[in-house]
Design a protein around this ligand. Structure first.
Ligand code: DX5
Ligand code: ZN
Length: 224
């Protein structure tokens, strides 16, 4: 099943509830929340209080993408605030197995994220314990960047590995997803598409989500 996960990073932070409502009306089934600490990535965004506020205004599952150092220190706080899915960067976790285990133990869906320079092979020992793998198609830190095409080969590799090992993690892609890139991304095998700028950057968020989902669904028909 193809899902669109609007990233609130490009929304108006003073009117988040309205943005989320519009995105949900357009057919979004997941909400992507980008957490940045100014250390792991060169930007700072939001923390658990904003997740708690979002929890009150939407029933969409909250997909919290932690771009932070020492994520294990904050996993509990985000889950208590209402996060349903939590992903951590392979590059930020010295004890990745322990951190993923912690997320699952606390009852959230666990995801692992790969930066553009990090190979899929670095995940072979943890693919059996994640609910999803998030492939970054930009270097994390900012919205509105250009899609890095190398992500497509990584998606295909994850699809092949999953089949070969009989596993069932889902594949999410984040960064530079828009009407021009969504087709190739879906055809490569991505199932969850994060889009920030393409949803909240300009125009009507509801219509933007509808168009992106229509383009993604069309691409599934072309998948061989
Ligand atoms: C980038 C974030 C993304 C970002 C995507 O660091 O993880 O989720 O919001 O934004 P767009 O869709 O504008 O590339
Ligand atoms: Zn993200």
């Amino acid at each position: 099943m193809i899902e669109l996960a609007p990233s609130i990073l490009s929304a108006d932070f003073a009117r988040l509830a309205e943005g989320v409502k519009a995105a949900a009306e357009g057919g979004a089934t997941l909400l992507h929340v980008d957490v940045m600490d100014g250390h792991f990535v060169p930007n700072i965004t939001i923390g658990p209080p904003v997740v708690a506020s979002l929890r009150k205004v939407t029933e969409l599952p909250l997909d919290v993408h932690l771009m932070i150092e020492h994520p294990d220190r904050y996993v509990g706080a985000f889950i208590e605030a209402g996060a349903d899915w939590i992903s951590v960067h392979q590059e930020a976790c010295v004890h990745l197995h322990r951190t993923l285990d912690l997320i699952r133990t606390k009852g959230a869906q666990a995801g692992v994220v790969l930066n553009p320079a990090t190979p899929v092979e670095t995940l072979t020992e943890v693919l059996d314990m994640v609910d999803y793998v998030l492939v970054m198609s930009v270097n994390p830190g900012f919205g509105g960047q250009k899609f890095i095409p190398g992500a497509l080969a990584k998606i295909k590799k994850l699809v092949a590995l999953r089949a070969a090992r009989g596993q069932n993690y889902r594949i999410e892609v984040d960064g530079g997803i828009g009407l021009e890139t969504i087709g190739d991304t879906v055809r490569a095998g991505a199932e969850i598409l994060v889009a920030g700028n393409a949803v909240f950057g300009k125009g009507d968020a509801k219509k933007n989500v509808e168009k992106l989902l229509a383009a993604a669904k069309e691409a599934t028909l072309q998948k061989v």
